[in-house]
Ligand binder design. Structure first.
Ligand code: NAP
Length: 314
């Protein structure tokens, strides 16, 4: 048995998608929601992202047995403090933040008497805000749950059942391991995309129109990632600083090795490296984590974003 009354704080891509998914797949569960932005609240009510959009965070959590914080990483602590007085004592506290150690600390400091089990649905797009959410976002995507030691096992199994009902595959992981894994699979790729797109845009010898015109040569895929929300990604790098710096160091060393192979004309090293990375791509497709169709299934993506086979995150 999962939860009866779910409160969602933050009604953007993640919060809106959870609200719609609960209504689609757990129709007996009542949802309330709050966002600090009045325009977002109005739009959330128009789109019926939750059953009831509240004017305060306190009102949204008043009766809930699960509250999920879906706000930027840097706002988790403030958002949790805003519900402290109104949150029922037995309500489970969770979140969807993209890095876990910092969020666990922030929520723990704000709500020291509650059971807190952080989670991270590894599902997203480059869009944000009240219009971005859709009920199918989590289907066949991983949701990593990072319970602290000696966590309440009943509440943990309820949270796992909740995410599975929304279509996610759940993995349990320590928060520090989560942060290391996501640093290499999500955070570093975003940093590289932000860098490449910035570099290309800054090149004086290549005009902006040429960059756009010939973007299909690989650059376009980076631009999709580099279009991700600036607030979210600023907070990701600030909150998962150590793990990102560790992975960046490894990446820099590997890049230098390839740079050297190019400089000395070592084709064998280049070929062997590219053959290995091609095998990684095949494994991802075999595991159903991406689409092997030509152009990555983009034509379908444009026709119906709910079948998006290429999540941006995170
Ligand atoms: P989003 O679309 O920008 O939505 C976040 C919403 O929270 C915004 O409407 C924001 O309002 C609101 N907010 C900020 N502070 C608040 C507060 N104190 N109380 C209530 N609402 C507040 O962002 P998102 O993509 O859903 O991301 C939310 C979280 O999910 C982040 O922690 C992120 O790390 C995580 N996540 C994101 C993805 C992804 O691909 N996007 C994937 C997995 C996890 P303002 O616009 O006024 O700030």
């Amino acid at each position: 048995m999962t939860f009866q009354r779910v409160a969602i704080i933050g009604l953007g891509l993640q919060g809106g998608s959870i609200g719609l998914a609960v209504q689609a797949y757990l129709p007996d569960v009542v949802t309330t929601g709050y966002d600090r932005d009045a325009i977002t609240r109005t739009r959330a009510a128009e789109r019926r992202l939750v059953h009831k959009v509240c004017d305060t965070a306190a009102e949204a959590v008043a009766d809930c047995d699960l509250v999920i914080f879906c706000v930027p990483l840097g706002a988790m602590g403030i958002a949790a403090e805003q519900v402290r007085a109104a949150l029922p004592a037995d309500a489970l506290v969770s979140d969807v933040g993209s890095s876990k150690q910092v969020v666990a600390k922030a929520l723990g400091e704000a709500l020291p008497d509650h059971v807190i089990i952080p989670a991270h649905p590894v599902a997203g797009t480059e869009n944000s805000g009240a219009d971005a959410g859709f009920a199918e976002l989590f289907r066949n995507r991983w949701c990593i749950v990072t319970p602290p030691p000696q966590t309440n096992l009943v509440k943990l199994s309820q949270l796992v059942a909740f995410w599975e009902a929304l279509g996610a595959n759940v993995e349990i992981m320590d928060a520090d391991h989560h942060d290391l894994v996501l640093a290499v699979t999500s955070h570093l790729p975003h940093l590289i995309a932000y860098t490449i797109v910035g570099t290309a845009s800054d090149l004086e010898e290549v005009t902006q129109s040429e960059v756009i015109k010939y973007s299909a040569g690989g650059f376009r895929d980076f631009t999709r990632i580099a279009a991700s929300d600036p607030t979210m990604w600023r907070d990701v790098f600030l909150s998962n600083r150590q793990a990102v710096l560790t992975m960046l160091q490894r990446f820099t060393e590997d890049l230098t090795a390839l740079q050297r192979a190019i400089r000395i004309g070592d084709g064998e090293t280049l070929f062997n490296h590219f053959a290995r990375t091609r095998a990684t791509r095949r494994s991802i497709i075999e595991e159903g984590q991406d689409d092997a169709r030509p152009d990555f299934g983009r034509a379908d993506h444009r026709a119906d974003h709910r079948t998006d086979p290429k999540p941006a995150d995170s």
